[in-house]
Design a protein around this ligand. Structure first.
Ligand code: IMP
Ligand code: MG
Length: 177
């Protein structure tokens, strides 16, 4: 059946997401209390995480977005990244927190850190909802992590497989074909 939902094992339940995102919001609020925070959401995967995280941040902050595409197959990025949408605002002198859905090989994030770092922000850190440490090819510094997940392709809560399944309220593994 070609159209059976490819939803496998649930990796992170909705209440775990809610609780962890709330804790991350508290941590970010503490750390950036005296700083002018700019959240940079990476489209499209980070959209739900970013909006939930931002509602749990209690210090003044702004938001901007980038959209990037990394050349590669449906499940493997190559590290060659193309900017589809750049930031609206300059970030020179700003305290920038990149908000990512998932760090897999780390190649996309490595590119983003170099690209945004070259614009002279006052600080540049990363908050990633999910990380797959087993798959890492580039050593990238992640200050805030939601959950470490096993080496499975994840869908839901913003994460897609071929643009579908972002609307699932939990994070699940893509079912094996
Ligand atoms: P990386 O460059 O390999 O770290 O992967 C970068 C991007 O690929 C992430 O920001 C996601 O958009 C996407 N990606 C990587 N792993 C997954 C996954 O398990 N599910 C959905 N998207 C993924
Ligand atoms: Mg992404």
């Amino acid at each position: 059946m070609a159209d059976a939902p490819p939803i496998g094992e649930i990796l992170v339940q909705p209440d775990q997401l809610k609780e962890r995102v709330r804790a991350l919001g508290r941590q970010v609020s503490d750390d950036y209390a005296e700083r002018d925070l700019l959240l940079v959401g990476v489209l499209k995967g980070a959209m739900f995480f970013l909006s939930d995280l931002m509602r749990n941040i209690t210090v003044p902050c702004e938001v901007d977005f980038m959209a990037v595409a990394s050349y590669g197959s449906a499940t493997d990025s190559s590290g060659v990244v193309r900017i589809l949408k750049d930031l609206d605002m300059p970030i020179e002198g700003r305290h920038v927190l990149i908000v990512e859905d998932i760090v897999d090989s780390g190649l996309t994030l490595q590119y983003l850190l170099r690209n945004l770092g070259a614009r002279d922000p006052a600080s540049l850190e990363v908050c990633a909802l999910l990380t797959k440490p087993e798959r890492r090819k580039a050593d990238v510094p992640i200050l805030y992590t939601g959950f470490e997940i096993p080496n499975r392709f994840a869908i839901g809560y913003g994460l897609d497989h071929r643009e579908r399944w972002r609307n699932l309220p939990y994070v699940a593994a893509l079912a094996e074909a």
